[in-house]
Design a protein around this ligand. Structure first.
Ligand code: BG6
Length: 474
């Protein structure tokens, strides 16, 4: 009973949120570098404000982040001390193809990730690679307009071919796109899309999504050809959608909203467009161009497993005048049964169990939970120690709920990586002060601090959780 013996416990990061070194060893400029901290961030990440170069009025946290590029050995040693079985990290596309459309990869970029992988393997930590975690080369935005352009599918294939070939035999788990559905909420950060005046935004968005589906299916095909041991997963920003009331109109609204998310995994897991989406896009006149060859590639190359991030659930209503508030880059109706984090995200451990069950019932594929965690303000003492019982409580409740989904409901969950095992830059706000880690990093929202790493109280707690394979959660 409990979690399987080979359950993969660990943590997850993303290149742009931790590496820094944005212009080192030939790395090219990426969309994620240009997302500033502060009030303009949301307009930039959603593609409403054009930020194609740095300016003097903003601070760009990804330029230096927590400098993991130069400190990864120290950081991985700390992960190993916690007993990590897996470390999920992402590839900075522009480290390997600085512009995106070159024929040959940048050796320094490949070498960096190979060294990082070897460092994990030294501690018997399984690397889990996200091929793109919001990263997109700026050159491809200037020249091709981001994922709206079909040529990008070819450039992505070059990227994955370089990666799978170089890391063959060392890496078993890959995810093609982090939170592929986030393109709907943050199209510039999620897919390098900036919209021109008068453009049909929804149409462009669904064309770009189709290209990402193709890229993901080709990646799966190439991975299996190069190394049949590789398992490729999709990645969904998940969370069950609740109706605000039992009014059938609210129930229907909840189903509609859920489908907007499941559309992504339906295509990636089943290999074809679901009829509900085809009908909707046809009605709106924005069904992307899908050739017979596209259909074949999608159908022949579904993913091997489903991965999810889970932070919160969402509540919707058919009443358009109802009050909404923000939670995880989306808007939700206030759920009176749920508490909220300092950033307003609704906390819902039982919703985690519901979400896992819903996804397992739908697909019957192994589920990898690759993100979950609490973003909170931490107060470090003079030694850098943080007494973060609130984080322990949050994670304990969520791990318990995941355990119930496994033990009581029979879901096949193969691993769990907490988001940001080391403090890093927040994706939605660009802040450092929104901390998720077991390891504190001395750095503030505007780049001040020594970058020194220290262990928080949760460090030893998570170590115990891993050692007991999720049995000892006290
Ligand atoms: C997920 C992303 O949406 O949530 C991460 O994959 C992100 O990149 C994480 O950091 C937490 O969100 P935030 O905005 O608190 O950093």
């Amino acid at each position: 009973m409990g979690f399987r013996d080979d359950f993969l416990w660990g943590g997850a990061t993303a290149a742009n949120q931790c590496e820094g070194a944005y212009d080192v060893d030939g790395r090219g400029l990426a969309n994620v570098d240009l997302c500033p901290v502060g009030e303009d961030r949301v307009a930039v990440i959603t593609g409403r404000k054009k930020m194609f170069d740095f300016d003097d009025d903003h601070f760009y946290p990804a330029k230096e982040s927590i400098d993991m590029y130069h400190r990864y050995k120290e950081d991985i040693a700390l992960f190993a001390e916690m007993g990590f079985k897996v470390y999920r990290f992402s590839i900075g596309w522009t480290r390997i193809f600085p512009k995106g459309d070159e024929e040959k990869p940048n050796e320094a970029g490949l070498k960096f990730y190979e060294d990082l992988i070897d460092e994990c393997l030294k501690y018997k930590i399984e690397p889990l690679i996200t091929i793109t975690h919001f990263d997109f080369p700026m050159h491809l935005i200037h020249e091709y307009g981001g994922w709206r352009n079909r040529k990008v599918v070819d450039f992505y294939q070059n990227l994955v071919r370089a990666i799978f070939t170089r890391f063959k035999g060392k890496v078993k788990y890959y995810l093609t796109f982090n939170e592929i559905n986030v393109i709907l909420a943050a199209p510039f950060m999620g897919a390098g899309l900036y919209f021109e005046e008068g453009e049909d935004i929804e149409k462009t968005m669904y064309q770009a999504i189709h290209h990402e589906f193709l890229a993901s299916a080709y990646a799966t095909k190439i991975a299996h050809e190069i190394d049949p041991e590789i398992k490729v997963g999709c990645m969904l920003n998940s969370g069950t959608i609740y109706p605000a009331t039992s009014n059938p109109a609210d129930i229907f609204e909840a189903q509609k909203t859920a489908r907007d998310n499941f559309f992504f995994t339906d295509v990636q897991v089943r290999g074809y467009y679901p009829t509900y989406k085809i009908k909707e896009l046809e009605r709106k006149g924005i069904l992307p161009e899908i050739s017979e060859e596209d259909k074949k590639i999608l159908r022949e190359n579904p993913v091997d497993f489903v991965s999810i991030s889970y932070y919160t659930t969402k509540t919707v209503s058919a009443d358009k005048d109802i009050k909404l508030s923000e939670s995880n880059l989306q808007v939700t109706v206030d759920n009176p049964y749920l508490e909220r984090t300092e950033w307003g995200w609704q906390v819902d451990p039982l919703g985690f169990r519901t979400t896992i069950n819903e996804i397992y019932d739908r697909y019957q594929k192994p589920i990898f939970v690759v993100e979950n965690g609490l973003g909170a303000v931490d107060k470090a003492d003079e030694n850098g120690y943080v007494d973060d019982d609130y984080r322990i409580d949050f994670l304990r409740d969520h791990i318990k709920a995941m355990k119930d989904a496994v033990e009581l409901d029979g879901a096949d969950v193969i691993g769990y990586t907490t988001w940001g095992p080391i403090d890093l830059v927040s994706a939605s706000t660009g802040e450092m002060s929104k901390r998720y880690g077991f390891i504190y990093v001395d750095r503030d929202d505007y780049g001040k601090g020594s970058l020194k790493r220290t262990k928080k109280k949760s460090f030893d707690w998570y170590k115990k959780v891993i050692k007991s394979n999720g049995e000892d959660l006290d």
